[in-house]
Design a protein around this ligand. Sequence first.
Ligand code: AMP
Ligand code: ZN
Length: 110
Amino acid sequence: MDQCIFCKIINKEIPKEFDYESDHIVVFPDINPSADVHLLIVPKKHISGMGQLGREHGDLLIEVYEVVNKLVLENNLREDLYRVVVNGGKAQHIPHLHFHLLGGQWKKYV
Ligand code: AMP
Ligand code: ZN
C-alpha cells in the first residue's frame, strides 16, 4: 500500500530500528508509548485489520503469538502486568493490522 506508514517502515522507506524481524513480522517500539513497554508487532503483509483476517492467516497468527511470548520473556514481563491489544473500528488509527504489547505500568488504554 503506497500511503501506508507501516508498509513504508517495513519497506525501509522510513528508517526504524526493529526489535525483531522475520520473513513475516517486524516489531518496533510505539512512537507514543502508553506503557513502560509498548511494542508493535506488525505483519509484513498489508492486512487492513482484524476484519480482513481469515483461516489462511492461521500460521501468521501463531507466529505473532510466538513472537509475543518471546518479547514477554525478553522484557521480563512474565511476572508483570502485560496485555496484547488489537484495535478495530474507530479505535484503529493505522489501517495495517498490528498488535500492541503493553507491559508494566500503562497510562491509558490504547
Ligand atoms: P492504532 O490506534 O491501534 O492504529 O495504533 C497505532 C499506533 O501506532 C499508535 O499507538 C501510534 O502511537 C503508533 N505509531 C504511529 N506512527 C508510528 C511510527 N512512525 N512509529 C511507531 N509507532 C507509530
Ligand atoms: Zn500497510
